[in-house]
Design a protein around this ligand. Structure first.
Ligand SMILES: [Zn+2]
Length: 501
């Protein structure tokens, strides 16, 4: 009801001269529909079976045994990815990690496995789909997000007080059975199955399928790749990380195979939150029976995943995870195929397929203007754009204090409108036009969309910029939608007031 009221209020305040979003914009793309349907439950099951068969995939386990341990597992993943299509460029992303802390108890070779499907029109722009192929058995230590031992009897161990394994325990754990079917055989299987299905199609942007190692030692493989990608100025538009997508009944019996949690971060209107909103909208279009639970938190409380290092490097990244975990099986020999749900993993894999394909076929998100062009001729209206605001006076020391950054949105010529400006992120021949999105500041999702055609600025008459959030997205010639670029306004900087004495 609240949403409806807000919509009515917004609608009343707004000019509709530009018309509504054309119907075809929200249409299902038959090619994406087909890709989603081709994701195979049987294949996902056989991938997890094979991953489990390596006994352990602990990053610190034997690397030379041809049948057991992480060395055998990564080689199989590499060969399997290569077999899917000659168009997939498969490689090991290799590092030599130095001994550090208790969990990396010796220098170790760490390989992420990467398969790249080059884009046809925007090959420099990448969409990553990831999971971690390494596994862990913590021995006697408390597992997952709860207590060790029998889940029903053991007292809960507060997350902050959970003891870390000692160096000796880590060494011993490296060779214990660690099937890792759900954590994270499920995510790895989803990544591999998507690589198989999607490599039969062509996309505008480059798709990158990544199986990380070293997640259980502290997000090691993902941190190394994220830092390297940033250093190399890689244009990663989105990271869809899958970790623990294999159970649909939680350890206490709560069920829910019709939802998946998508974690982003806590910064309002961050790129990761826009990606989460996009994932929700696309997933519910192609898989209407599945609810996407957008969680505006970095991860489950006190716990981590491979999307976070990409956020640290400034990329939009989210984690897909089940809302129904079985803590007693995590990081244990009981994390087996029998204790998970392959149909659920398949559904989440299909979410990834729909979102990754939609992004890879859509235009890049527009760039919202940093410094709005001042509306011509500046009258005496109170709507003077911030770019015409006089700079603050110099301090006593003569240095000009940092100005508050200008908002990327202004009140337009009248002083009472919302003037939005943007530019395409590159060549715009694949862009049909742009859609402005609006929502109340308290609303999680965009509530109103206005298709404004192929322009780079638009005035929403008589709409206050002070009590709503605004964004803009590009619409492709085929109706595909880019991520939203939001107009965000950084917080006011603290004022240092000079006094005499
Ligand atoms: Zn995991």
């Amino acid at each position: 009801m609240k949403t409806l009221r807000t919509l009515v209020a917004l609608a009343a305040a707004m000019s509709f001269s530009a018309g509504f979003v054309p119907a075809e914009e929200k249409a299902v793309n038959p090619q994406i529909r087909k890709i989603v349907d081709e994701v195979s439950e049987a294949r996902i099951k056989s991938i997890i079976e094979k991953l489990v068969s390596f006994g352990t995939r602990n990053t610190m386990s034997n690397q030379d045994d041809p049948a057991r341990g992480i060395g055998a597992a990564r080689q199989w993943i590499f060969d399997e990815l290569k077999s899917y299509s000659p168009r997939l460029q498969v490689r090991f992303d290799k590092y030599r990690v130095k001994k550090q802390g208790q969990r990396i108890f010796k220098d170790v070779d760490l390989y992420n496995v990467i398969a790249v499907l080059p884009g046809a029109k925007m090959p420099e722009t990448q969409v990553l789909v990831s999971g971690h192929y390494d596994s862990l058995n913590l021995g006697n230590r408390p597992a997952g997000g709860a207590a060790a031992g029998p889940a029903t009897d053991a007292p809960p161990v507060p997350i902050g007080e959970r003891p870390q394994p000692t160096l000796e325990e880590s060494e011993k754990n490296a060779d214990l059975p660690a099937p890792g079917a759900c954590d994270d055989g499920s995510g790895t299987a989803a990544v591999m199955e998507l690589a198989r299905v999607m490599s039969q199609y062509e996309f505008d942007k480059t798709l990158v399928f990544v199986a990380f190692a070293g997640e259980e030692q502290g997000l090691i493989g993902s941190s190394l790749l994220a830092v390297k990608s940033h250093k190399e100025n890689q244009a990663i538009e989105a990271v869809l990380n899958n970790d623990i997508i294999g159970t649909d009944v939680s350890g206490n019996g709560r069920t829910g195979n019709t939802s998946v949690s998508v974690y982003s971060d806590e910064t309002a209107d961050s790129p990761s939150q826009q990606l989460a909103r996009y994932a929700r909208e696309i997933a519910e279009r192609y898989l209407p029976s599945l609810k996407v639970n957008t969680v505006f938190l970095g991860d489950r409380l006190g716990r981590g995943g491979d999307h976070t290092p990409f956020q640290w490097e400034g990329y939009a990244a989210v984690r897909l995870s089940t809302p129904n975990e079985i803590y007693a099986n995590q990081h244990r020999a009981t994390d087996t195929l029998e204790n998970m749900s392959v149909p659920y993993t398949t559904r989440v894999a299909r979410v990834n397929a729909a979102v990754a394909a939609s992004l890879a076929l859509a235009p890049k998100a527009p760039v919202v203007m940093r410094e709005p062009r001042p509306p011509a001729p500046a009258g005496a209206a109170p709507g003077a754009t911030p770019s015409t605001t006089p700079a603050p006076p110099p301090t006593a020391a003569g240095a000009v204090p940092p100005r508050r950054p200008s908002p990327t949105i202004s009140r337009g010529r009248s002083g009472y409108d919302a003037l939005l400006q943007w530019k395409p992120a590159g060549p715009d021949d694949n862009i049909k036009g742009y859609t402005i999105v609006i929502r109340a500041t308290t609303s999680p999702y965009w509530e109103q969309e206005i298709y404004v055609g192929k322009v780079t600025e638009y005035t929403l008459k008589d709409v206050s910029i002070d009590d709503a959030k605004f964004g803009v997205k590009a619409i492709g010639n085929d109706g595909s939608e880019s991520l939203v670029s939001a107009y965000v306004y950084p917080p006011r900087l603290k004022t240092e007031v000079l006094t005499v004495q």
